[in-house]
Design a protein around this ligand. Structure first.
Ligand SMILES: [Mg+2]
Length: 292
């Protein structure tokens, strides 16, 4: 959602019209987020305050829900010690996974800001045999402007370092997150498109499960970043407004005229939706003095 529909506390251009169009036409959609802190109900309220009404909890699938569903299915009767917020606790409650601070099957790391005491407790429990699971691999999350905060991935990495145990990461780009979200749409996989702003999570996961991946340039990725990735989006758009135009038109818009490619002289490839001739607008990469 962040970087596609809203940024900080305001909707991005055309986001309201885009979501309204999906609701009015009955097009199945689900917002897929790696933020395990809010519940779907919290997200309905947040988006309502930003100006998107008509949404319900079923329109959201969080990494906390993905984690709880995965553990419920693969390990019935398991217990967990949780470093996370209400969204994660609610998802685990729904999946009937009890809290356990004595001999948990798992230590689950989600988004949040746990105390040093709780982190030390998590370390101890992992040392005593609990397995380490993280709701998402994000090392940092955007806060405001260029400001960031540490993410669940960073805290999981800390515990990996302190215990020598490797975490298993749910959420994007894990294929389980994408296949679950896709199942919720009950659609033909060929007709499902992931719209996202982040290459490592949104685009990578979509490509890996074989659905279309539309990169919008309203968030964390710029066009010239594409050359750094092995996997590529199936289409690039300046924002959801362009996608709305395409949906309303009932066909593909003229990619070569996409504002996404302004101010580059290079035009998109024609003929298919793998439109990025990325080598043409690559930028020099900084060369670190050392990698360790
Ligand atoms: Mg995003």
């Amino acid at each position: 959602m962040d970087g596609v529909i809203y940024r900080e506390n305001h909707l991005l251009p055309d986001a309201q019209e885009f979501v309204q169009y999906l609701l009015e036409t009955g097009s199945p959609f689900v917002f897929v987020t790696n933020n395990s802190a809010p519940t779907p109900e919290d997200l309905v309220i947040k988006l309502k305050h930003l100006g998107l009404s008509g949404l319900s909890p079923r329109h959201f699938y969080t990494s906390a829900m993905n984690t709880a569903e995965f553990l419920q299915e693969t390990h019935p009767g398991c217990t967990a010690f949780v470093l996370g917020e209400a969204g994660l606790s609610a998802a685990l409650l729904e999946a009937k996974i009890p809290n356990d601070s004595l001999h948990p099957s798992y230590v689950i790391v989600g988004e949040g800001n746990p105390s040093n005491e709780r982190i030390a407790k998590a370390h101890e429990l992992i040392e005593n045999g609990a397995r380490l699971v993280a709701t998402n691999p994000d090392n940092w999350c955007p806060v405001k402007g260029n400001q960031t905060r540490p993410g669940a991935g960073a805290l999981a990495a800390y515990l990996e370092a302190s215990t020598g145990q490797r975490a298993y990461y749910l959420g994007k780009p894990n294929a389980l997150m994408f296949s679950r979200a896709r199942q919720k749409l009950h659609g033909n996989p060929q007709e499902v498109m992931m719209v996202g702003d982040t290459m490592e999570t949104d685009i990578r996961g979509a490509i890996e499960i074989g659905i279309q991946a539309c990169l919008v340039l309203t968030g964390s990725t710029q066009l010239e970043d594409l050359a750094n990735y092995v996997y590529q989006p199936t289409c690039v758009m300046s924002g959801v407004g362009e996608l709305l135009e395409e949906l309303r038109g009932g066909g593909e818009t003229d990619r070569k005229g996409s504002p996404a490619f302004f101010p580059f002289e290079v035009v998109a490839k024609s003929g298919d939706r793998l439109q990025t001739e990325h080598a043409a607008f690559r930028k020099p990469r900084p060369r670190p003095a050392m990698t360790k």
